[in-house]
Design a protein around this ligand. Structure first.
Ligand code: MG
Length: 297
């Protein structure tokens, strides 16, 4: 057993299937918007991609409102009510996302058990602020993590009024990271260790991407766990992501370089089928599990 004080979790495709929750919702919104606006669907997708590139975020909130088609529609209508016409499109997005967002099997029981073993849980994602906090709340994980690290929200104001956040602790425990501090840059793991007053060798890191999560964890000398069960394999869904993604040519080349670099490293442990497998390898800082077993035997 590896004794650790902290466990840092990637979120997307480590705790839930991000592709299954976001992409069908996005395309449901596009389909409804296309019929409301009576526009060409492919042209609208091109415009959405441009908005995502501009903000460098495929989950930029209300990107639909920043498209040329919608901007022209709003100016033609000359009415403050014009945007309300698009409500059914946003409703389709929210409904589909809610239906499809679910934790992978064993996630909740595994996180609870790790806490029982006196292991502090931290979340670290490259997703941006609003998307991250929304998913954590929706999945009932608001009280699970001691600290959340995510990408900073866009400096551009949302064109929609931002609703007041629910009354939980999340905004107080969330740190927004600068855009250049993305995985596999190990700086954030060093920062997490500093803030929590730990050394990185006492930290386990769990994520689904070898070239981002595992590579970063190894660079920071953490115990690197690969969530192999979360690796996305649906090529149709991946093509849908590429169609609207914010990735530039430089982003794609950088990703290829990480993949090449990651070929030289190996995770310290692999979860093949379920996150629950980490319970066979992680124990608390003082051998909490061992002591519990001794008490009950
Ligand atoms: Mg991930």
């Amino acid at each position: 057993m590896k004794r650790v004080e902290l466990a840092v979790f990637d979120l997307d495709n480590t705790l839930y299937d991000w592709y299954a929750s976001f992409l069908p919702a996005f395309y449901a919104m596009v389909d409804v918007a296309t019929s409301i606006l009576k526009c060409d669907r492919d042209a609208l997708l091109d415009e959405l991609r441009s908005v995502h590139v501009k903000h460098h975020d495929v989950e930029h909130p209300f990107s639909l409102l920043e498209t040329k088609t919608v901007q022209e529609f709003v100016s033609q209508e000359r009415s403050s009510q014009a945007l309300q016409v698009l409500d059914p499109a946003f409703h389709a997005f929210n409904k589909t996302r809610k239906e499809n967002l679910a934790l992978f099997p064993d996630v909740r029981t595994t996180l609870d058990e790790l806490r029982t073993r006196d292991i502090t849980l931290i979340a670290f994602t490259d997703s941006s602020y609003f998307a991250t906090l929304h998913r954590i709340r929706q999945l009932g994980l608001a009280n699970v993590f001691q600290h959340i690290f995510c990408r900073a929200k866009s400096k551009n104001d949302s064109p929609f009024p931002v609703r007041p956040p629910p009354e939980d602790n999340l905004i107080h425990i969330t740190t927004e990271l600068p855009a250049d501090e993305t995985k596999p840059d190990p700086r954030v793991l060093f920062e997490i260790a500093r803030v929590e007053n730990k050394i990185t060798s006492s930290i386990a890191y769990i994520g689904d991407s070898i070239s981002r999560d595992v590579l970063m964890a190894k660079k920071a000398d953490c115990f690197a766990i690969w969530a192999k069960y979360g690796v996305h394999k649906d090529s149709t869904m991946y093509e849908k992501l590429v169609r609207i993604s914010h990735w530039t040519t430089e982003d794609i080349q950088r990703e290829k370089n990480y993949v090449a670099e990651a070929e030289k490293i190996k995770p310290d442990f692999v979860c093949e089928r379920s996150i629950g497998e980490i319970l066979t390898v992680l124990d608390g800082p003082t051998g909490t599990l061992t002591r519990r077993q001794q008490r009950t035997s």
